[in-house]
Design a protein around this ligand. Structure first.
Ligand code: NDP
Length: 267
């Protein structure tokens, strides 16, 4: 029987996950079904239970359900515990397991795809929502000299700084900071077409700027380019986090570069 996978989210019609997972499966001539499921707000847990009861092998979870997926799991990986959110579900001996592959996806994209150096570098993370909480644990394993967090609502940055033993800086105090080699935009400002109003003194020479959003060049990327920085959007993170999920379910690592290139052409 064709193994069944799915991605849960709301809205979900835009999700690229079916395309990515089918492309990975094609690399080993594997046939699988991968559907989009968009339950109503109050039906997420039932929909997940039904999916696995009907033989589902694995599921991805995206907005707004990652925290609820986390709450459903009986067994979670350490990185899921740190993120308090789950984007990858699977069933083992009738027990629901959860992982969070976003941070590993971001690191793989920056280090392997983009060839950015993180070791001994100063990294600034902007944002303190779910996406940032999902990646901080992994980011802290990359050997950076320091990871600093800032956010529009400073208290949220402080909360994450405490959880992950980092330093939080208020947006208005950023001009006092030494330059950063890497700046990661983990806010949803770009979704609204808004920039971040960061002082350009934050950019070290040859700095690299990463926007987790994908699909178009964002105001943050344009700002970084104007000041001579290298830039990337988050499409590679999307493909790499999917590759981590694929590995989790199939115990086999897909090649990602060709899939990423073909997605670049589509978006
Ligand atoms: P949340 O809603 O949880 O958090 C939003 C964050 O953005 C908060 O820190 C919020 O600040 C900040 N923010 C919103 N608007 C502005 C603004 N105009 N100026 C400054 N800060 C702002 O969203 P997520 O964390 O889930 O998602 C953030 C981004 O990450 C999205 O663009 C999403 O698409 C992307 N993402 C990409 C992934 C990938 O695979 N590439 C995976 C997951 C997410 P405040 O606390 O003050 O409200």
């Amino acid at each position: 029987m064709t193994p069944k996978f799915a991605v849960f989210g709301q809205p979900i019609a835009h999700s690229k996950s079916p395309y990515i997972h089918q492309a990975f499966a094609a690399q080993r001539s594997q046939s699988l079904a991968y559907e989009r499921i968009g339950p109503e707000e109050n039906e997420f847990e039932d929909a997940v239970r039904t999916f696995f009861a009907e033989g589902g092998k694995g599921a991805n979870v995206t907005l707004p359900f990652k925290e609820r997926a986390y709450a459903m799991c009986e067994v979670r990986t350490e990185r899921a515990e740190q993120a308090q959110a789950v984007n990858t579900l699977w069933m083992e001996k009738g027990i629901l397991h959860g992982d969070n592959t976003d941070g590993a996806g971001l690191l793989a994209d920056m280090i392997r795809n983009l060839n950015w150096k993180l070791i001994n570098k100063r990294i600034l993370v902007v944002g303190a929502g779910g996406a940032v909480r999902g990646v901080l644990g992994c980011l802290l394993t990359a050997g950076a000299e320091e990871v600093v967090i800032t956010n529009r609502t400073y208290e949220r940055a402080q909360g994450l700084a405490e959880q992950f033993s980092l330093r939080a800086v208020a947006l208005e105090d950023l001009h006092q900071e030494a330059p950063f080699h890497i700046i990661i935009n983990g806010t949803s400002a770009s979704l609204a077409g808004e920039g971040l109003a960061l002082p350009s003194s934050l950019l070290a020479e040859n700095a690299c700027c990463y926007d987790m959003m994908y699909g178009e060049e964002t105001p943050f990327m344009q700002w970084a380019q104007r000041h001579g920085a290298q830039v990337s959007d988050g499409l590679g993170m999307l493909v790499q986090q999917a590759a981590e999920s694929f590995y989790r379910w199939h115990n086999w690592r897909p090649a990602t570069m060709a899939v990423l290139q073909s997605m670049r052409q589509q978006v």
